[in-house]
Design a protein around this ligand. Sequence first.
Ligand SMILES: Cc1ncc(COP(=O)(O)O)c(C=O)c1O
Length: 349
Amino acid sequence: MTTEPDLRHHGDAEVRTAGLVDLAVNVRTGTPPDWLREHLAATLGTLAAYPDQRSAHAAVAARHGRPEEELLLTSGAAEAFVLLARVLKPRHAVVVHPQFTEPEAALRGTGHAVHRVLLSPEDGFRLTPGAVPAEADLVVIGNPTNPTSVLHPAAGLAALARPGRTLVIDEAFMDTVPGETESLASVRDLPGRVVVLRSLTKTWGLAGLRIGYVLGPAELIAELSAAQPLWPVSTPALAAAEVCSSPAALAEAEQAARTTAEQRAHLLKGLAAFPDVRVYGEPAASFVLVELPGATAVRERLRAAGFAVRRGDTFPGLGPDWLRIAVRDAGTTDRFLAALASAAEVMPA
Ligand SMILES: Cc1ncc(COP(=O)(O)O)c(C=O)c1O
């Protein structure tokens, strides 16, 4: 018997015990940076006024070279999944898994049937030709994908776009990729409707503030906007959206992405020494997915040793032998690898 994964489980539930080193949630550590904290704190004196989106809206649209009517600011990327589920009327919705489970949960929650396309570890979790059925009029895919960390080539995603289809690309982690090389955020000339979701909560440490946005065709953005409540994004969140779109912030994010790439290489090198740990595909984001027989017990032992990693079994297409590990600085990674060696009861070769 196969049990249905809990689509509403997220990494934050795994770090609610005080004192655990957090490798379960993929928010960058040491964030928000001081300059951002101070910038947000400076908005507190204006909280008596209702939020005014104009300047944040203009700044984010300009950052992606899009007309303003092609942008909607949201209360995190998470709000966008709900808005899309409320507004779209798909006949054949496809969610490409393993991926973040909220898009499917939101679609099901509003009564839509969801067809799953499961990418396989043997293919390195890459999109294979023909994986997405032609009849799909809504396709949701992550890039880079949580939890596989795989970065799909922009051309491969663009090839999924076609008249009559809404293609939703969740780029919540694209700012962890140096150069955002495979982003479609600024691309406006593909057939059908291409919608890109972005988040500012991971790189900037603003998960508690809630700020993200949607880029897409103006007519769909207008429909999504009409489905939002009044004043959906708070004044501090708007201030964050504006300042995080500045050239200085983008340069800092780029540097952070490069650091993440180095730290990920260190983690992957350490993991490669474990004969039972397997990594599929080429991780490209701020986390790594591993297959490890007995991962459930290993995760519990890691918790007892003070380290929280993300269980993999709540992602469709994975199971109890999978764990997702956040990329951290080399010192934290080394301490984690030592704990893993004990928890997995095998010493690295
Ligand atoms: C792939 C992915 N997309 C979107 C989100 C939602 O991000 P936000 O905090 O902007 O709502 C998450 C959060 O974990 C995520 O992992």
